[in-house]
Design a binder for this molecule. Structure first.
Ligand SMILES: C[C@@H](SC(=N)N)c1ccc(Cl)cc1
Length: 382
């Protein structure tokens, strides 16, 4: 649902209700403010002027500008099993797809009818409703070894009421088996920086980069939640979704990620909605599980495991001038066999950077902010 700013609407509505001369039989009604005036004030004004244009009504420029700019939106983020990933409904050419919003990559790709039927069984497949970008291709590989490739179309994409009229939609011709088997997921919508988009011969813009200039504020905010649906907000910050203050840190965009520095966690870190777990250096991981009596590193599972019944300690990190606490409950990711569970905190050694994935993000309200001269991340306790 899109909301429009109140200022222009309130000004315009005040102008419209300027007193007409009283005449016999007229009556007056005391107006009672209904509080914030959201949704589509400027747009309603523009529609009224358009309706009466044939009678000579001329739309004031401020109404026209307000009606076309300053949009906001919000979309649900629904977890898959064990919060493995969070999917959002995205309209592409009028068809709804359920996509993984991924701040760790920058391609918007979908299953398509160009794939063999067996490869796309159970998925919503793009029927190439858009305009083909002849000769354009894409090919992406993810950190978990999965991947996909295909060709490129331009189509209308809507997320939470926010519209990109000419979005590059990357239609798959082939995807790896882990995508085929996850029938809840119809593709990804990347929200890292467009500098790492894989389309060739010309990189394409992410959805956020395409719409950010039309948003009330050039930002989006993630409120992922533990074992229940959360939201992504576009163009505005929802103060009902966090406690305390939002603390901001600078972002290094050189690698195309939302990359930042966390205190007490060596190396660079990325805020990544597309990664399930929280990956930090060995020293931090060992220190955490030293407080979990039944924990041990299980090389057959590729990480720390523990007794599912053991109560886990919280994990707290300082980022900038604020701190975030991840409840211990969130760090019990999922059972692996019998009553043995796999930890949500694992080692980032060998990756090259730390990954603050969903295990961390679901404890926060995280703002991906391009409102300033350089990008920044804002973290608040969710
Ligand atoms: C940036 C993420 S992948 C993603 N969020 N699309 C990543 C990179 C490398 C490794 Cl090893 C693991 C995860």
């Amino acid at each position: 649902m899109a909301h429009y700013l109140s200022a222009a609407a309130l000004v315009a509505s005040a102008a419209l209700t300027a007193a007409a001369p009283a005449a016999k039989g007229d009556f007056s009604i005391d107006q009672v403010s209904k509080g914030s005036f959201y949704k589509s004030g400027p747009l309603a004004m523009a529609k009224t002027y358009s309706k009466y244009a044939k009678h000579g009504a001329v739309m004031p420029e401020n109404v026209s500008i307000a009606a076309t700019a300053a949009s906001t939106g919000s979309v649900s983020a629904s977890p898959e099993s064990y919060d493995e990933s969070y999917l959002i409904p995205v309209s592409i050419g009028g068809t709804t797809f359920h996509l993984d919003l991924d701040t760790g990559s920058s391609d918007l790709w979908v299953f398509s009818t160009q794939q063999p039927a067996s490869q796309r069984s159970g998925h919503t497949a793009y029927k190439q409703t858009g305009t083909k970008k002849s000769g354009y291709t894409w090919n992406i590989s993810y950190g978990d070894g999965s991947g996909a490739k295909g060709d490129v179309y331009v189509d209308k994409v809507v997320v939470g009421g926010v519209t990109a009229t000419s979005q590059a939609v990357e239609a798959a011709t082939s995807v790896s088996s882990s995508f085929t088997s996850d029938t809840d997921n119809d593709g990804l919508i990347g929200a890292a920086f467009s500098s790492i988009n894989t389309v060739s011969p010309q990189q394409q813009l992410t959805f956020f980069d395409n719409v950010k200039n039309s948003l009330s504020q050039k930002l989006f905010a993630a409120r992922l939640r533990y074992h229940t649906a959360g939201t992504y907000d576009y163009g505005y910050i929802d103060s009902s979704k966090y406690s305390g203050s939002i603390h901001y840190v600078p972002v290094n965009t050189a690698n195309g990620f939302w990359e930042f520095t966390a205190s007490g966690v060596s190396g660079s870190s990325i805020a990544d909605t597309g990664t399930t777990l929280l990956y930090i250096p060995d020293s931090n991981v060992d220190a955490y599980y030293a407080n979990v009596d039944s924990a041990s590193y299980d090389s057959s599972q590729g990480g720390y495991t523990f007794d599912c019944d053991e109560s886990l300690p919280d994990w707290t990190v300082t980022i900038g001038s604020g701190s975030i606490t991840v409840p211990g409950e969130y760090i019990n990711f999922a059972p692996v066999s019998g009553n043995t569970c796999f930890g949500g905190i694992q080692s980032s050694d060998g990756i090259g950077f730390n990954i603050f994935g969903d295990i961390f993000l679901k404890a926060t309200y995280t703002v991906f902010d391009q409102t300033q001269s350089s990008p920044r991340l804002g973290f608040a306790q969710g």
